[in-house]
Write a new protein. Structure first.
Length: 194
């Protein structure tokens, strides 16, 4: 008896739906970059040096929905920002700031969170996220906002339809939760561009 032909989308490293579902069920912590994911990457600076960043309230609800499903969220960012600290405090998130090389910091992140690499998911948007995306993409789940840098968009498991600061985090959270609940073949495809 011949085996049925199974088409695999190579944009996901050939991951079948069942593998995506299994990875989603293992996720205990979603790590997120901040600028370009939770914000649109824009900083408003006044003549007095006051900076402002815009965050999506939908992303905040995504944090809550994940928490209700037993998944925590933390921010991993190169920046040290009182604005990011304040947003994290409001949402009850851990912040790992000043992280210049996110992939190199993985052992410290794993130790600090008590999670194994296969229990982590990550969403990032720029080339400084490629290392951690490559590492976590081996066993966990990865995503990028629609407006992510092209090299990032090409290697993640899920490319969101939403841009950074416009609900991309929430979309990734919803995708993980849908996969945990069974998902469909539709959940194997990237949201926006190839």
């Amino acid at each position: 008896m011949s085996r049925p032909l199974v088409l695999r989308d190579t944009r996901f490293g050939g991951l079948p739906l069942e593998e995506l579902q299994e990875r989603a069920r293992r996720v205990r912590l979603l790590l997120s970059d901040c600028d370009g994911v939770l914000t649109d990457g824009t900083v408003y600076v006044s003549e007095h040096g006051e900076a402002l960043k815009r965050f999506s309230l939908r992303d905040g609800m995504g944090v809550e929905l994940l928490r209700l499903a037993g998944i925590e969220t933390a921010i991993v960012t190169r920046e040290r920002s009182a604005i990011v600290a304040r947003r994290a405090e409001k949402l009850g998130l851990a912040v790992f700031d000043g992280v210049q090389d996110k992939a190199a910091a993985l052992p410290q992140l794993v130790a600090a969170t008590g999670c194994e690499r296969h229990e982590l998911a990550y969403i990032g948007d720029d080339v400084n996220d490629l290392g951690i995306i490559a590492e976590l993409g081996k066993l966990g789940l990865t995503a990028a906002p629609f407006d992510a840098a092209t090299p990032v968009a090409r290697v993640v498991h899920h490319l969101c339809r939403a841009g950074g600061g416009e609900g991309a985090f929430r979309e990734f959270a919803d995708w993980i939760l849908r996969l945990r609940a069974g998902g469909t073949e539709k959940d194997r495809t990237k949201g926006g561009r190839a």
